[in-house]
Design a protein around this ligand. Structure first.
Ligand SMILES: Cc1cc2nc3c(=O)[nH]c(=O)nc-3n(C[C@H](O)[C@H](O)[C@H](O)COP(=O)(O)OP(=O)(O)OC[C@H]3O[C@@H](n4cnc5c(N)ncnc54)[C@H](O)[C@@H]3O)c2cc1C
Length: 551
């Protein structure tokens, strides 16, 4: 079904909660596929089909005391800097996030004529509503936490950030600065790349339509990403909720928040809001947060988060939500008991859904998996010849650095003669909690599931001189070695800045550097990297009995 974007200006909202409740009401109107309401921009953005009646928005807003008016879509500030596409194109890239940029820039290097089509904000998820705003908030929250607990006493945070509004405005200026520097300017400078604003749909093989215009090309890359998926919970729409996008756009700090979900976005935001002064409860359906990780890892992370005052309910099923006065109430079942959790805001971080609806994919024979992601082969080509896909839209892994890599690979395979497969032999991943959780290769659980016998060395950070000097000994390093060989198959690091430390095991796995070499190589004394050497030595020695510099 075809949808169009309509924007309404909305006057009379006084807080983020007004936006949340209005969005919930608008989402239910006939013909509305997606509704977003921003208190800051005083704006409602709707994706609607032909059955939509604009008056229904005006009436719904009026019933809640707001004035809504249909509005002409504002010009994107960066639009004028972009070149228009020429007639014959080698490649059309749909989307303008990390995957699309990877594809467009690689195609430009290869001398191709390319058009990039974007229906929303240039730069996609990472810079606008993902990595950049979330990590800015997390860093600021770390600052607040360290000021309160210089020695990580582990008590619940009493303090609130003094000016949340200012923090969010600073975050937004960084987002805009990076969007301009890393996307708008880069796109303008890329040879042979033009930018088209609007919603792209395949019309027929070889042709994509954008508004009234048609773009013909030899090859295509679908890089349309994902959007937050809202779990189907009775009463949730009426109670009102935030997605990660809304939470990162709040202007006032909520007193309390329930976070639904226990994967990386949920945990990162839960800890950041808690450190800024919000009372946070995480509700996770599975037995542990981050259910694909080993239990000892997630148990320790849960313990550390709980020690800071984040309440974590695992094995908890959400039954329904409702609104009572100024609070949302969630009814949850855990271990056969029913619990009521009241909070000012509910943050739904239960997953993301691929943007594959309304792309005309069936018209050109692009097949989807059951979860809506685009099905691709190892060379990232879809079931339609000449149509490739990259980034979040093809499913896991869903990171910006994998999106960019896939985009480049898709462009090379689309425009070249030989097709290269994806290579994810040693893919590091980081959860930006504090301490961070960084992983690469197989977990202990995965190795056993694959029938690989392993030995595990686990070194608490309390054995690492750097951690002792910093008076922060939270976490551990866990190395997983194939039994009877010297081959490293996996590593997990739960430690401050673990994301930096994981690169040594990642390179060891990728290039076959043996564990004994990690144990032998020079690692400067009093660096975090020494943790890797000590952990590698733990396979054969009792590190408690070693002298300085692991001698
Ligand atoms: C809160 C949060 C924090 C994150 N933190 C990190 C992090 O720290 N590190 C990390 O590596 N990853 C992080 N991620 C994940 C990362 O942001 C994504 O994996 C990455 O941005 C995906 O890039 P993409 O190009 O595949 O899609 P996107 O960046 O989502 O781009 C897709 C674009 O396509 C456009 N589009 C969709 N349909 C159409 C259409 N029909 N026509 C035209 N345009 C269309 C969309 O408007 C969008 O701009 C985070 C994600 C979230 C939500």
């Amino acid at each position: 079904m075809t949808t169009n974007e309509i924007i309404f200006s909305v006057e009379g909202m006084t807080c983020d909660h007004c936006a949340v409740t209005l969005r919930a009401a608008l989402s239910h109107l006939p013909g509305v596929h997606q509704a977003d309401v921003s208190f800051g921009d005083r704006r409602a953005t709707l994706h609607v089909d032909e059955s939509f009646v604009p008056g229904s928005v005006v009436e719904t807003a009026a019933a809640k005391g707001y004035v809504a008016k249909a509005h002409i879509r504002p010009e994107a500030p960066q639009r004028s800097t972009h070149k228009r596409p020429s007639d014959t194109l080698d490649l059309v890239v749909i989307g303008s996030g990390g995957a699309a940029f990877g594809a467009a820039l690689r195609a430009s290097e290869l001398g191709a004529k390319v058009a990039v089509v974007e229906r929303g904000t240039l730069g996609g998820t990472c810079v606008n509503i993902g990595c950049v705003p979330s990590k800015t908030l997390i860093r600021a929250a770390e600052g607040v936490h360290r000021a309160n607990h210089p020695r990580f006493a582990g008590t619940a945070s009493e303090a609130r950030v003094t000016d949340f509004g200012a923090l969010m405005r600073e975050k937004q200026s960084l987002v805009e600065e990076l969007r301009q520097a890393k996307y708008a300017n880069v796109l303008s400078a890329a040879r042979g790349v033009s930018f088209v604003e609007g919603h792209a749909r395949f019309d027929r093989p070889g042709v994509v339509s954008v508004g009234g215009a048609e773009l013909s090309a030899r090859r295509f890359v679908i890089a349309t990403g994902m959007r937050p998926h809202v779990a189907d919970i009775p009463g949730l729409a009426e109670a009102g909720f935030l997605t990660s996008t809304d939470a990162l756009a709040l202007e006032t700090l909520p007193r309390s928040m329930v976070v639904l979900g226990g994967r990386f976005v949920a945990l990162e935001l839960a800890q950041a809001f808690a450190r800024l002064g919000t009372h946070v409860t995480v509700v996770q359906r599975s037995a542990h947060v981050l259910p694909t990780e080993d239990d000892d890892v997630t148990e320790e992370l849960e313990r550390l988060l709980s020690s800071e005052g984040v309440r974590i309910l695992t094995g908890a099923r959400t039954l329904r939500a409702s609104r009572e006065g100024n609070e949302s109430v969630l009814e949850v079942e855990q271990d056969g008991r029913r619990l009521r959790i009241a909070a000012e805001q509910i943050l739904v971080a239960t997953g993301r859904r691929a943007n594959t609806d309304d792309l005309g994919l069936a018209r050109v024979g692009v097949q989807l998996r059951a979860d809506g992601t685009v099905q691709v082969d190892e060379a990232l080509e879809t079931s339609a010849s000449g149509v490739f896909a990259a980034g979040d839209v093809i499913g896991e892994p869903a990171f910006v650095y994998t999106a960019a890599y896939e985009g480049r690979l898709a462009a090379e395979n689309a425009l070249g003669t030989a097709k290269q497969p994806r290579d994810y032999r040693a893919l590091p991943a980081v959860v930006f909690t504090d301490p961070q959780l960084a992983t690469v290769g197989l977990t202990e659980k995965q190795a056993r599931e694959r029938g690989i016998a392993v030995d595990v060395a686990k070194l608490p950070m309390s054995y690492v001189p750097r951690a002792l000097a910093a008076r922060d000994t939270r976490g551990f390093v866990k190395l997983i070695r194939e039994r009877g060989t010297d081959r490293l198959v996996g590593a997990v690091i739960l430690a401050p800045e673990a994301g930096d430390l994981i690169m040594e095991p990642a390179l060891a796995i990728r290039h076959g550097i043996p564990v004994s070499e990690l144990a032998r190589a020079f690692h400067p004394y009093l660096t975090g990297a020494e943790a890797i050497k000590l952990a590698a030595q733990t396979f054969d020695k009792d590190v408690a009995k070693l002298s300085c510099c692991a001698a």
